[in-house]
Design a protein around this ligand. Structure first.
Ligand SMILES: NC(=O)c1ccc[n+]([C@@H]2O[C@H](COP(=O)([O-])OP(=O)(O)OC[C@H]3O[C@@H](n4cnc5c(N)ncnc54)[C@H](O)[C@@H]3O)[C@@H](O)[C@H]2O)c1
Length: 420
């Protein structure tokens, strides 16, 4: 392979596109995606995920394709396709296997295939490798090589981008590891950690996200308890955080396609190996139920059918990503209880919201509400102040600040301000 590294990124989503742009500074890179619209947009320098700016896309020496025939000179495949779960919360490896099939049909000898998609330990070597073998008639470890390098990007977080954080890499032999070090090291000034082997790297990634899910679940559980005894969870956390080793987690929705999904991959493996996964699945259950706890709490507090404005719909702050957002559970449940619920989100795309059978209510319209629920702390909501609440809330209106972002604001006299 020598110095001639031709890279293809398979799947240009939240993970793949920023990586492709960064790598294209140093290597020949073709971004491949099966979604024709995505490629069309990118050719016009539009990233609808808002992870990469128009300027950066214009500057990038990146080619795009939806046709695997364009990849015949590629010798490094980096796979960043989704790894969702099925409706029964089992790993859905279809996108991954489809990518492996496509790669298998075009891969040439000496190539390396690196997986970045989050999986459970064993998927790369025991499922993806054999799938590539099947379609290529080549032998892994002999004719082509495997690597796994987990992705740690955090959408909306410009501080911890791929070029700034430690990149874990792993490979099936020393040469693969050397090449991966060379590739990823270019992008992040050699902040590389070489995992002992591929399964260790896969395991590390899936436990990073599962650990977060369990920690948030613990905080969500004690939030319910402390509500019962009229203790403010944010006051309790502020106090506990003065201990040097208290972990800083906040209560809230756990949605999206990582933290709310990856623990099921681990639980699936545990079940197959006949090991219990009670803690992992309890965390999932607690976090999935949290929107319904909030809905009951809000409903009891309001004590009459109300007109409610929910601020924020995306799965987390400052992103447009609506996948698996738990705010919809809160909205549906409040509607079921007879409330009229409206939603605003400054990041979500109107057409995607429509597909969820919801409409975005503009903040500029003159309507007044009985209650405002801050569900997702987008930056622009943090700036809302006295005049907004006065304009938007009826007398005796109630604000439910689920993220405690307005704790230090002044409110009109006849308004109730409730922190989670
Ligand atoms: N988004 C994150 O914050 C994040 C962070 C760390 C890890 N991950 C993991 O990275 C992986 C990708 O996540 P994402 O958020 O970038 O997903 P995404 O849905 O944003 O992007 C995936 C892209 O892959 C394309 N695709 C799907 N199947 C394909 C195929 N067979 N061939 C070519 N393209 C295909 C889709 O069209 C899409 O554009 C997942 O395993 C996820 O768990 C995501």
């Amino acid at each position: 392979m020598g110095n001639n590294l031709n890279i293809s990124i398979f799947g240009l989503g939240y993970v793949g596109l920023p990586l492709a742009v960064k790598l294209s500074k140093y290597f020949n890179v073709i971004g491949f995606d099966k979604n024709k619209q995505r490629i069309k947009d990118l050719k016009k320098f539009v990233d609808k995920n808002k992870e990469v700016s128009v300027a950066a896309l214009k500057k990038a020496k990146l080619k795009y394709s939806t046709n695997k025939k364009d990849l015949k000179d590629i010798n490094i495949f980096i796979v960043t396709v989704p790894t969702p779960v099925t409706s029964s919360n089992k790993p859905d490896l279809k996108p991954l296997l489809e990518a492996c099939k496509n790669i298998g049909q075009i891969i040439s000898k000496e190539s390396i295939v690196v997986f970045e998609s989050t999986v459970y330990p064993g998927v790369t070597e025991d499922i993806c490798g054999p799938c590539i073998e099947k379609y290529s008639k080549l032998k892994m470890g002999k004719d082509f090589y495997l690597g796994y390098s987990p992705e740690r990007m955090n959408p909306g977080d410009k501080l911890h981008s791929v070029d700034k954080i430690t990149k874990v890499i792993s490979g099936d032999n020393k040469k693969t590891i050397l090449i991966l070090k060379k590739i990823y090291g270019k992008v992040n000034s050699n902040k590389i950690f070489v995992a002992k082997n591929i399964k260790t790297a896969e395991a590390a990634k899936v436990i990073e996200n599962t650990q977060r899910d369990i920690n948030v679940a613990f905080i969500n559980e004690i939030t319910k308890l402390f509500k019962k005894i009229n203790l403010n969870i944010f006051d309790v956390l502020k106090t506990a955080e003065t201990k040097w080793n208290f972990l800083n987690f906040k209560p809230g929705f756990v949605g999206g396609h990582c933290i709310g999904v990856d623990p099921y991959y681990l639980a699936y493996l545990a079940k197959r190996k006949k090991i219990g996964s009670d803690l992992i699945l309890s965390g999932r259950k607690i976090n999935n139920n949290f929107p319904f706890f909030l809905s009951n709490y809000i409903n009891n507090y309001l004590s009459r059918k109300s007109k409610i404005l929910v601020l924020g719909l995306t799965f987390k702050e400052n992103v447009s990503d609506l996948r698996n957002t738990k705010v919809t559970d809160l909205i549906k449940s409040l509607k079921k209880k007879g409330h009229k619920v409206y939603v605003n989100d400054t990041y979500a795309y109107k057409d995607e919201v429509k597909r969820m059978n919801l409409n975005i209510t503009k903040l500029s319209i003159k309507d007044k509400y009985d209650s405002i629920i801050l569900a997702v702390p987008h930056d622009n909501y943090k700036k809302l102040d006295y005049s907004f609440f006065k304009r938007k809330l009826n007398s005796k209106g109630v604000i439910f600040d689920l993220k405690a972002i307005w704790m230090n604001k002044k409110f009109p006299k006849n308004i109730n301000y409730i922190i989670l």
